[in-house]
Design a protein around this ligand. Structure first.
Ligand code: ATP
Ligand code: MG
Length: 356
Protein backbone atom coordinates (compact mmCIF):
# COMPACT_ATOMS: atom_id res chain seq x y z
CA UNK A 1 0.00 0.00 0.00
CA UNK A 2 1.24 3.48 -0.80
CA UNK A 3 -0.32 6.92 -0.90
CA UNK A 4 -1.34 6.46 -4.53
CA UNK A 5 -3.20 3.24 -3.69
CA UNK A 6 -4.94 4.92 -0.75
CA UNK A 7 -6.10 7.83 -2.90
CA UNK A 8 -7.23 5.40 -5.59
CA UNK A 9 -9.24 3.14 -3.31
CA UNK A 10 -10.63 4.94 -0.27
CA UNK A 11 -14.00 6.71 -0.04
CA UNK A 12 -13.06 9.02 2.80
CA UNK A 13 -9.67 10.51 3.67
CA UNK A 14 -9.37 12.63 6.81
CA UNK A 15 -6.26 14.81 7.02
CA UNK A 16 -5.34 15.68 10.57
CA UNK A 17 -2.41 17.23 12.34
CA UNK A 18 -1.47 20.22 14.39
CA UNK A 19 -1.73 23.85 13.38
CA UNK A 20 0.06 25.07 10.30
CA UNK A 21 1.66 21.78 9.22
CA UNK A 22 -0.11 21.75 5.85
CA UNK A 23 -3.44 19.99 6.43
CA UNK A 24 -5.41 22.22 4.07
CA UNK A 25 -2.75 22.02 1.37
CA UNK A 26 -2.46 18.24 1.68
CA UNK A 27 -6.25 17.76 1.63
CA UNK A 28 -6.57 19.77 -1.57
CA UNK A 29 -3.59 17.99 -3.15
CA UNK A 30 -5.07 14.57 -2.25
CA UNK A 31 -8.37 15.49 -3.90
CA UNK A 32 -6.52 16.82 -6.94
CA UNK A 33 -4.50 13.60 -7.19
CA UNK A 34 -7.76 11.62 -7.07
CA UNK A 35 -9.22 13.76 -9.87
CA UNK A 36 -6.07 13.07 -11.87
CA UNK A 37 -6.80 9.35 -11.48
CA UNK A 38 -10.27 9.91 -12.90
CA UNK A 39 -12.15 9.88 -9.61
CA UNK A 40 -14.87 12.30 -8.53
CA UNK A 41 -13.36 13.95 -5.48
CA UNK A 42 -14.65 16.64 -3.16
CA UNK A 43 -12.54 18.30 -0.51
CA UNK A 44 -14.12 19.89 2.55
CA UNK A 45 -11.76 22.58 3.76
CA UNK A 46 -11.68 24.57 6.93
CA UNK A 47 -9.59 27.49 5.91
CA UNK A 48 -11.06 30.80 7.03
CA UNK A 49 -7.96 32.56 5.75
CA UNK A 50 -9.17 31.65 2.22
CA UNK A 51 -5.63 30.73 1.21
CA UNK A 52 -6.93 27.66 -0.56
CA UNK A 53 -9.63 29.50 -2.52
CA UNK A 54 -6.86 31.80 -3.74
CA UNK A 55 -4.65 28.84 -4.62
CA UNK A 56 -7.50 27.29 -6.58
CA UNK A 57 -7.96 30.52 -8.47
CA UNK A 58 -11.48 31.26 -7.29
CA UNK A 59 -12.89 34.17 -5.28
CA UNK A 60 -14.42 32.16 -2.50
CA UNK A 61 -15.52 28.69 -1.54
CA UNK A 62 -19.04 28.05 -0.27
CA UNK A 63 -20.78 25.47 1.86
CA UNK A 64 -21.67 23.47 -1.26
CA UNK A 65 -19.11 21.99 -3.65
CA UNK A 66 -17.65 24.29 -6.30
CA UNK A 67 -16.25 22.44 -9.31
CA UNK A 68 -12.65 23.42 -10.04
CA UNK A 69 -11.83 23.15 -13.73
CA UNK A 70 -8.49 21.71 -14.68
CA UNK A 71 -6.72 19.23 -16.89
CA UNK A 72 -7.83 16.15 -14.94
CA UNK A 73 -10.03 13.36 -16.25
CA UNK A 74 -12.04 13.14 -13.02
CA UNK A 75 -13.81 15.85 -11.02
CA UNK A 76 -12.31 18.12 -8.41
CA UNK A 77 -14.69 20.03 -6.19
CA UNK A 78 -13.98 22.05 -3.10
CA UNK A 79 -16.09 23.58 -0.42
CA UNK A 80 -15.42 25.56 2.66
CA UNK A 81 -17.25 24.42 5.75
CA UNK A 82 -19.84 26.93 6.93
CA UNK A 83 -20.60 25.65 10.40
CA UNK A 84 -23.88 27.49 10.88
CA UNK A 85 -25.31 26.70 7.43
CA UNK A 86 -24.43 23.02 7.96
CA UNK A 87 -26.03 22.98 11.41
CA UNK A 88 -29.16 24.70 10.01
CA UNK A 89 -29.39 21.97 7.36
CA UNK A 90 -29.15 19.29 10.07
CA UNK A 91 -31.98 20.95 12.01
CA UNK A 92 -34.09 21.11 8.83
CA UNK A 93 -33.44 17.44 8.15
CA UNK A 94 -34.52 16.24 11.56
CA UNK A 95 -37.31 18.69 12.45
CA UNK A 96 -40.93 17.60 12.32
CA UNK A 97 -42.18 20.76 10.59
CA UNK A 98 -41.29 24.30 9.52
CA UNK A 99 -42.49 25.73 12.80
CA UNK A 100 -39.98 23.65 14.77
CA UNK A 101 -37.25 24.71 12.32
CA UNK A 102 -38.10 28.40 12.79
CA UNK A 103 -38.25 28.15 16.56
CA UNK A 104 -34.85 26.49 16.76
CA UNK A 105 -33.12 28.72 14.23
CA UNK A 106 -34.43 31.85 16.04
CA UNK A 107 -33.41 30.65 19.49
CA UNK A 108 -30.51 32.69 20.90
CA UNK A 109 -28.86 29.68 22.53
CA UNK A 110 -28.90 27.88 19.18
CA UNK A 111 -27.43 30.90 17.40
CA UNK A 112 -24.58 31.01 19.94
CA UNK A 113 -23.89 27.29 19.76
CA UNK A 114 -24.05 27.09 15.98
CA UNK A 115 -21.81 30.06 15.37
CA UNK A 116 -19.48 30.30 18.32
CA UNK A 117 -18.30 27.00 19.69
CA UNK A 118 -15.23 25.32 18.26
CA UNK A 119 -16.69 21.91 19.14
CA UNK A 120 -19.58 22.72 16.81
CA UNK A 121 -17.12 23.24 13.98
CA UNK A 122 -15.60 19.83 14.63
CA UNK A 123 -19.01 18.23 14.72
CA UNK A 124 -20.19 19.93 11.55
CA UNK A 125 -17.03 18.92 9.69
CA UNK A 126 -17.92 15.25 10.20
CA UNK A 127 -21.56 16.00 9.53
CA UNK A 128 -20.65 17.54 6.17
CA UNK A 129 -18.46 14.57 5.43
CA UNK A 130 -21.31 12.15 6.14
CA UNK A 131 -23.64 14.26 4.02
CA UNK A 132 -21.32 14.28 0.98
CA UNK A 133 -20.44 10.62 1.38
CA UNK A 134 -24.07 9.51 1.51
CA UNK A 135 -25.08 11.73 -1.43
CA UNK A 136 -23.50 9.20 -3.79
CA UNK A 137 -22.10 12.04 -5.92
CA UNK A 138 -18.48 11.47 -4.91
CA UNK A 139 -16.04 8.59 -5.12
CA UNK A 140 -13.84 10.24 -2.53
CA UNK A 141 -14.49 12.87 0.12
CA UNK A 142 -11.38 14.44 1.62
CA UNK A 143 -11.71 16.28 4.92
CA UNK A 144 -9.41 18.95 6.19
CA UNK A 145 -9.67 19.23 9.97
CA UNK A 146 -9.77 22.44 11.99
CA UNK A 147 -6.68 23.63 13.85
CA UNK A 148 -8.08 22.79 17.28
CA UNK A 149 -5.94 22.29 20.34
CA UNK A 150 -7.35 18.82 20.72
CA UNK A 151 -6.47 17.12 17.48
CA UNK A 152 -9.21 14.56 17.73
CA UNK A 153 -12.05 16.68 19.09
CA UNK A 154 -14.01 16.04 15.93
CA UNK A 155 -14.18 12.34 16.77
CA UNK A 156 -15.65 13.10 20.16
CA UNK A 157 -18.18 15.69 19.08
CA UNK A 158 -20.99 13.38 17.90
CA UNK A 159 -20.49 11.22 21.01
CA UNK A 160 -20.71 14.25 23.29
CA UNK A 161 -24.03 15.24 21.83
CA UNK A 162 -25.41 11.72 22.27
CA UNK A 163 -24.22 11.73 25.85
CA UNK A 164 -25.86 15.10 26.51
CA UNK A 165 -29.16 13.91 25.08
CA UNK A 166 -29.06 10.85 27.35
CA UNK A 167 -28.25 12.95 30.38
CA UNK A 168 -30.73 12.92 33.25
CA UNK A 169 -30.61 16.68 33.76
CA UNK A 170 -31.31 17.27 30.11
CA UNK A 171 -34.32 14.94 30.36
CA UNK A 172 -35.54 16.81 33.44
CA UNK A 173 -35.13 20.19 31.83
CA UNK A 174 -37.21 19.23 28.84
CA UNK A 175 -39.86 17.30 30.71
CA UNK A 176 -43.14 18.98 29.76
CA UNK A 177 -45.01 18.95 33.07
CA UNK A 178 -43.04 21.74 34.68
CA UNK A 179 -43.10 25.49 34.33
CA UNK A 180 -39.44 25.70 33.38
CA UNK A 181 -37.16 26.99 36.16
CA UNK A 182 -39.36 27.04 39.24
CA UNK A 183 -40.64 23.52 39.11
CA UNK A 184 -37.52 21.55 38.35
CA UNK A 185 -36.48 19.33 41.20
CA UNK A 186 -33.90 20.32 43.70
CA UNK A 187 -30.85 18.73 42.06
CA UNK A 188 -31.48 20.14 38.62
CA UNK A 189 -32.64 23.40 40.22
CA UNK A 190 -29.32 23.92 41.94
CA UNK A 191 -27.42 23.10 38.78
CA UNK A 192 -29.52 25.61 36.88
CA UNK A 193 -29.01 28.24 39.61
CA UNK A 194 -25.24 27.76 39.54
CA UNK A 195 -25.25 27.91 35.76
CA UNK A 196 -27.36 31.06 35.85
CA UNK A 197 -24.85 32.68 38.15
CA UNK A 198 -21.98 31.89 35.77
CA UNK A 199 -23.50 32.50 32.37
CA UNK A 200 -26.53 34.63 33.22
CA UNK A 201 -30.18 33.68 33.71
CA UNK A 202 -31.14 34.72 30.16
CA UNK A 203 -28.68 32.26 28.70
CA UNK A 204 -30.07 29.46 30.83
CA UNK A 205 -33.66 30.33 29.86
CA UNK A 206 -32.66 30.34 26.19
CA UNK A 207 -30.97 26.99 26.62
CA UNK A 208 -33.96 25.42 28.32
CA UNK A 209 -36.25 26.78 25.65
CA UNK A 210 -33.89 25.42 23.01
CA UNK A 211 -33.86 21.93 24.48
CA UNK A 212 -37.62 21.95 24.85
CA UNK A 213 -38.00 22.95 21.22
CA UNK A 214 -35.47 20.30 20.26
CA UNK A 215 -37.76 17.51 21.51
CA UNK A 216 -38.54 14.81 19.00
CA UNK A 217 -35.29 15.37 17.14
CA UNK A 218 -33.08 13.39 19.52
CA UNK A 219 -33.47 10.05 17.78
CA UNK A 220 -32.59 11.47 14.39
CA UNK A 221 -29.54 13.21 15.82
CA UNK A 222 -28.37 10.12 17.66
CA UNK A 223 -28.80 7.84 14.66
CA UNK A 224 -26.84 10.28 12.53
CA UNK A 225 -24.07 10.55 15.14
CA UNK A 226 -23.82 6.75 15.29
CA UNK A 227 -23.72 6.44 11.49
CA UNK A 228 -21.02 9.10 11.29
CA UNK A 229 -18.87 7.38 13.88
CA UNK A 230 -19.30 4.10 12.04
CA UNK A 231 -18.18 5.75 8.81
CA UNK A 232 -15.04 7.11 10.50
CA UNK A 233 -14.19 3.62 11.75
CA UNK A 234 -14.95 1.93 8.42
CA UNK A 235 -12.27 0.38 6.19
CA UNK A 236 -13.28 2.76 3.42
CA UNK A 237 -11.98 5.61 5.58
CA UNK A 238 -8.30 6.47 5.94
CA UNK A 239 -6.75 8.88 8.40
CA UNK A 240 -3.73 10.72 7.12
CA UNK A 241 -1.53 12.38 9.71
CA UNK A 242 0.13 15.47 8.32
CA UNK A 243 3.26 16.35 10.24
CA UNK A 244 6.27 18.57 10.04
CA UNK A 245 9.78 17.29 10.70
CA UNK A 246 10.49 20.20 13.07
CA UNK A 247 11.25 19.14 16.62
CA UNK A 248 8.60 21.38 18.19
CA UNK A 249 5.66 19.81 16.31
CA UNK A 250 6.79 16.21 16.46
CA UNK A 251 5.61 15.52 19.99
CA UNK A 252 2.14 16.72 18.98
CA UNK A 253 2.21 14.30 16.05
CA UNK A 254 3.06 11.35 18.32
CA UNK A 255 0.38 12.45 20.76
CA UNK A 256 -2.05 12.45 17.86
CA UNK A 257 -1.10 8.89 16.86
CA UNK A 258 -1.70 7.78 20.45
CA UNK A 259 -5.09 9.45 20.51
CA UNK A 260 -6.10 7.73 17.28
CA UNK A 261 -5.00 4.43 18.79
CA UNK A 262 -7.05 5.07 21.92
CA UNK A 263 -10.11 5.62 19.75
CA UNK A 264 -9.52 2.21 18.14
CA UNK A 265 -8.35 3.84 14.90
CA UNK A 266 -5.00 4.16 13.20
CA UNK A 267 -3.26 6.41 10.72
CA UNK A 268 -3.14 4.77 7.29
CA UNK A 269 -0.52 7.27 6.16
CA UNK A 270 1.85 9.84 7.55
CA UNK A 271 2.72 12.77 5.31
CA UNK A 272 5.77 14.61 6.53
CA UNK A 273 5.47 17.99 4.91
CA UNK A 274 8.12 20.64 4.38
CA UNK A 275 11.09 18.29 4.56
CA UNK A 276 14.33 20.06 3.82
CA UNK A 277 15.17 19.11 0.24
CA UNK A 278 17.63 16.25 0.08
CA UNK A 279 20.84 17.49 -1.56
CA UNK A 280 22.23 13.95 -1.62
CA UNK A 281 25.31 15.17 0.21
CA UNK A 282 26.25 13.34 3.39
CA UNK A 283 27.08 15.28 6.55
CA UNK A 284 30.70 14.12 6.30
CA UNK A 285 31.06 15.18 2.69
CA UNK A 286 29.44 18.56 3.43
CA UNK A 287 31.81 19.08 6.37
CA UNK A 288 34.78 18.26 4.17
CA UNK A 289 33.56 20.71 1.51
CA UNK A 290 33.16 23.39 4.16
CA UNK A 291 36.83 22.89 5.06
CA UNK A 292 37.97 22.97 1.46
CA UNK A 293 35.99 26.13 0.65
CA UNK A 294 36.83 27.91 3.90
CA UNK A 295 39.50 30.22 2.54
CA UNK A 296 38.00 30.97 -0.86
CA UNK A 297 35.17 33.11 -2.33
CA UNK A 298 32.69 30.32 -1.76
CA UNK A 299 33.27 30.00 2.00
CA UNK A 300 29.66 31.02 2.77
CA UNK A 301 28.39 28.36 0.37
CA UNK A 302 30.41 25.70 2.20
CA UNK A 303 28.92 26.77 5.54
CA UNK A 304 25.37 26.86 4.13
CA UNK A 305 25.80 23.40 2.63
CA UNK A 306 27.14 21.91 5.86
CA UNK A 307 24.33 23.51 7.89
CA UNK A 308 21.72 22.26 5.46
CA UNK A 309 23.11 18.72 5.49
CA UNK A 310 23.10 18.67 9.29
CA UNK A 311 19.55 20.06 9.49
CA UNK A 312 18.30 17.58 6.85
CA UNK A 313 19.87 14.71 8.80
CA UNK A 314 18.06 15.97 11.92
CA UNK A 315 14.77 15.96 9.98
CA UNK A 316 15.41 12.39 8.90
CA UNK A 317 16.13 11.23 12.40
CA UNK A 318 12.90 12.74 13.71
CA UNK A 319 10.87 11.25 10.86
CA UNK A 320 12.35 7.87 11.70
CA UNK A 321 11.18 8.29 15.30
CA UNK A 322 7.69 9.12 14.06
CA UNK A 323 7.60 6.09 11.74
CA UNK A 324 8.47 3.83 14.64
CA UNK A 325 5.33 5.06 16.37
CA UNK A 326 3.20 4.16 13.33
CA UNK A 327 4.88 1.13 11.76
CA UNK A 328 1.87 0.22 9.61
CA UNK A 329 1.37 3.68 8.15
CA UNK A 330 2.48 4.60 4.64
CA UNK A 331 5.18 7.26 4.89
CA UNK A 332 5.36 10.05 2.31
CA UNK A 333 7.81 12.91 2.42
CA UNK A 334 6.93 16.21 0.79
CA UNK A 335 9.76 18.71 0.43
CA UNK A 336 9.64 22.34 1.45
CA UNK A 337 8.92 24.19 -1.78
CA UNK A 338 10.58 27.51 -2.55
CA UNK A 339 7.24 29.33 -2.25
CA UNK A 340 3.86 29.00 -0.53
CA UNK A 341 1.30 26.90 -2.33
CA UNK A 342 -0.72 29.70 -3.86
CA UNK A 343 -1.69 28.47 -7.32
CA UNK A 344 -3.03 25.37 -9.05
CA UNK A 345 0.36 24.55 -10.59
CA UNK A 346 2.09 24.39 -7.19
CA UNK A 347 -0.78 22.39 -5.75
CA UNK A 348 -0.31 19.93 -8.64
CA UNK A 349 3.37 19.71 -7.73
CA UNK A 350 2.35 18.65 -4.21
CA UNK A 351 -0.23 16.20 -5.63
CA UNK A 352 2.47 14.65 -7.82
CA UNK A 353 4.91 14.45 -4.93
CA UNK A 354 2.28 12.67 -2.84
CA UNK A 355 1.63 10.02 -5.49
CA UNK A 356 5.01 9.60 -7.15
N1 ATP B 1 5.54 21.78 1.14
C1 ATP B 1 5.33 23.09 1.27
N2 ATP B 1 6.25 23.99 0.83
C2 ATP B 1 6.05 25.31 0.96
N3 ATP B 1 4.96 25.86 1.52
C3 ATP B 1 4.01 25.03 1.99
C4 ATP B 1 4.13 23.60 1.88
N4 ATP B 1 3.01 23.05 2.43
C5 ATP B 1 2.24 24.08 2.86
N5 ATP B 1 2.82 25.27 2.59
C6 ATP B 1 2.30 26.61 2.92
O1 ATP B 1 2.25 26.70 4.34
C7 ATP B 1 1.12 27.43 4.77
C8 ATP B 1 0.31 26.60 5.75
O2 ATP B 1 -0.23 25.48 5.08
P1 ATP B 1 -1.74 25.03 5.33
O3 ATP B 1 -2.66 26.19 5.30
O4 ATP B 1 -2.01 23.90 4.39
O5 ATP B 1 -1.57 24.47 6.81
P2 ATP B 1 -2.73 24.00 7.82
O6 ATP B 1 -2.20 22.84 8.57
O7 ATP B 1 -4.00 23.81 7.09
O8 ATP B 1 -2.81 25.26 8.76
P3 ATP B 1 -3.95 25.59 9.87
O9 ATP B 1 -3.69 24.65 11.00
O10 ATP B 1 -3.71 27.02 10.18
O11 ATP B 1 -5.27 25.35 9.19
C9 ATP B 1 0.36 27.83 3.51
O12 ATP B 1 0.68 29.13 3.17
C10 ATP B 1 0.87 26.84 2.47
O13 ATP B 1 0.81 27.40 1.18
MG1 MG C 1 -5.90 24.67 7.42
Amino acid sequence: MNMRALIESREVIVCCGTGGVGKTTTSAAVAMAAASMGRHAAVVTIDPAKRLADALGIDALHNDPTIIDGPWPGTLAALMLDTKATFDAVVRRHAADDEQVDRILDNRFYVNVSTGLSGTQDYMAVEKLADLHSSGDWDLVVVDTPPTRDALAFLEAPKLLTRLLDNAIYKLLISPQQGVLRAVNRAAGSVVRQLSRVVGADVVDDAIEFFQTFQGMEEGFKERADATLALLGDDATAFVLVASPRADTLSEATYFLDRLGNAGLSAAAVVVNRMLPDLTVSIDRAEALRGELADGDAAALGIALADHAAAAAGDDERVQALVERAPDAVLTRVPLLPSDVHDVATLRTIANLLTR
